[in-house]
Design a protein around this ligand. Sequence first.
Ligand SMILES: *[C@@H]1O[C@H](CO)[C@@H](O)[C@H](O)[C@H]1NC(C)=O
Length: 333
Amino acid sequence: LTGSEPLTILPMTLEPEAAAQAHYKACDRLKLERKQRRMCRRDPGVAETLVEAVSMSALECQYQFRFERWNCTLEGRYRASLLKRGFKETAFLYAISSAGLTHALAKACSAGRMERCTCDEAPDLENREAWQWGGCGDNLKYSSKFVKEFLGRRSSKDLRARVDFHNNLVGVKVIKAGVETTCKCHGVSGSCTVRTCWRQLAPFHEVGKRLKHKYETALKVGSTTNEATGEAGAISPPRGRAAGPGGSEPLPRTPELVHLDDSPSFCSASRFSPGTAGRRCHRGKNCESICCGRGHNTQSRVVTRPCQCQVRWCCYVECRQCTQREEVYTCKG
Ligand SMILES: *[C@@H]1O[C@H](CO)[C@@H](O)[C@H](O)[C@H]1NC(C)=O
């Protein structure tokens, strides 16, 4: 999850003894740029949170794209090729990565896993009359500041770098937009004489859903490469502006995802994805679209599953085993 390559530290495994070792080692094992490594070493909680954030973001990406042609395959070479280009998928990857880090850090602060941050502080004093701020809110203020610095404050002239940074910020903004105030009542038999409230982040699934929607409505900004030929050129600058590969292109001020290139179809194997041959699909739902008109194979198989489960007092669940015939659909090659 470096500024230039989100999710690249994914295939890293932290062995149990490594966690007990100095956190410096944990930071060194991650693929980080120099400034990022410095920030990682400053707080023993950062390395662990980074790893957690990356796997959370990757899982959410795969969940959100489970019915699509591109199913968020993050295997090394596909990911590397994808990140080199400016597709909508690339934009989503940047945004979900920075959202994941913002989310995980804010939670790590309130969970007491960090040294340099704790709970969210009470906001403006006016609110104190209505209720008492208390509990332990997720520290979004600290985490969003950290993430912006971690991913680099770029005022780059390079359009590509600005697009990536913009999409990173969209991820942080989606987290901010999802903050909810949660309250709990105290007092005799729930009389609620005292109410304690704190700020809580929306569940990460909610964030994934919002970013998926933004992916679907992503805006295209001036392309640096010609999709058909893969060559540089063919930039259509907005009217009244000087042409040029970067610099002057305005990016939206609203939290929209932006991309530079049109996505490939992801139908057949390429350097961006393994294609959809052999992919499982759901008939009447997505077989048409993900099999790209090649049709699908139907396989019938027998599955045994627990069913008619009942809770037995106390304390176990008793199920029967049911055998069912099930059809499995896979895309033709
Ligand atoms: C994505 O699809 C490919 C086949 O195209 C499959 O091998 C892979 O397991 C799928 N990945 C996920 C995360 O579902």
